[in-house]
Design a protein around this ligand. Structure first.
Ligand code: FES
Length: 352
């Protein structure tokens, strides 16, 4: 059975055949940062210093260049020999590493389900036991859909200040188990979630902020924007929200209201196929950004939505001056696109 030693903490675990390194470490009482647990989000990224690893994570969460540089996703990798793995990039203290997994399971009740667009609904879950969850804006929970196998990951759309409830934005698509369940769900039905997980969060910095969302990817950005507003953060924020048609935009009044609370915030909805009555930006969200933002030097960028949008937006913001290290993303991968081991109907996948 191969041994895996974690630097810089100098602790070694045994990893049985077929057990991912993350699972082995958690079951042996150590904590490693993780999110989706199926190779989609990049939260468990670590550097292999010695030894051979087999990694089946997605190329979105970990690029080919990352892999060539020795990075791996611990939730979807298994050691082929004794290994040394550097987990410094997780930013854990020795105490956190040795404290084991603190992620909790919560019993919640459905408070309401609201149609936001023909293919997206909002779900509010009231926390019952424990009655509160402390989280950071940008994080997500893993939802156990009643009657379905596996878990689905969804970002919180509410700010951490509303810690007795969880607000989710769920994309409905054929075969999506949570969406199917929600069609017939009633207030008071019990749903178990575990979390909070994921490391997407607003970074402390003096840089301006650009947020770019598509589809249900508005959830973590809405949480982060609400949190920034509540904290009276003075950094200028520009929020772009792209949709194919006007029907696909949602929470417009809420976003406008949030941005109107700050002299430094601007909200820009962008519609690809808009009718004559649309007065806003038209085209792809990236077209609108290129038209309005001539330079993004000195910005942090937060990008959430379908992978093609995130990929295109990330390339653009970097071209306009955002440093690669300051472009944080959360791609939402639907069933059939997620890695083969993925249990999620739609998973939030964050770049730490
Ligand atoms: Fe490993 Fe998401 S927890 S990639």
């Amino acid at each position: 059975m191969p041994n895996v030693r974690f630097a810089p903490f100098d602790r070694t675990i045994e990893c049985a055949e077929g057990v991912p390194i993350l699972s082995a470490a958690l079951s042996q009482g150590y904590f490693l940062r993780y999110g989706c647990k199926h190779g989609g989000c990049g939260t468990c990224k670590a550097l292999v210093i010695e030894g051979d690893i087999e990694d089946s994570g997605s190329s979105f969460a970990l690029t080919h260049a990352d892999r060539s540089d020795g990075w791996t996703l611990l939730c979807s990798s298994q050691p082929l020999s004794d290994c040394v793995i550097d987990i410094s990039a997780m930013g854990l203290t020795d105490e956190e590493f040795q404290a084991g997994d603190q992620v909790e399971t919560f019993e919640t009740m459905i408070e309401r389900v609201t149609d936001l667009t023909p293919t997206i609904c909002g779900v509010t879950l009231r926390l019952v036991n424990p009655p509160e969850m402390r989280f950071t804006a940008g994080q997500f929970v893993n939802v156990e859909v009643p009657g379905a196998d596996g878990i689905r990951a969804f970002s919180m759309a509410n700010a951490p200040s509303a810690d007795s409830e969880i607000e989710l934005i769920v994309r409905l698509f054929p075969g999506g188990r949570f969406g199917e369940y929600l069609k017939h769900a009633e207030k008071g039905q019990v749903i178990r979630v575990s979390g909070p997980v994921g490391s997407l969060r607003v970074r402390l910095s003096y840089r301006k902020i650009i947020m770019i969302a598509g589809g249900s990817g508005m959830a973590p950005l809405l949480s982060m924007l609400t949190d920034l507003t509540e904290k009276n953060d003075r950094r200028p924020v520009t929020v772009f929200f792209g949709a194919r048609t006007c029907d696909e935009l949602y929470y417009i009044d809420r976003l406008k209201a949030l941005c109107s609370l700050s002299a430094h915030a601007e909200f820009v909805p962008v519609v690809q196929d808009a009718g004559d009555d649309w007065n806003g930006e038209r085209g792809l969200v990236t077209d609108a950004i290129a038209r309005r933002m001539h330079s993004l030097r000195g910005y942090d960028a937060y990008l959430c939505g379908p992978p093609p949008m995130v990929e295109a937006a990330r390339a653009l913001v970097i071209q306009l001056g955002v440093r690669d290290a300051n472009a944080y993303f959360d791609a939402f991968v639907p069933t059939g696109v997620a890695p083969p081991s993925a249990p999620a109907a739609e998973t939030s996948t964050a770049r730490p």
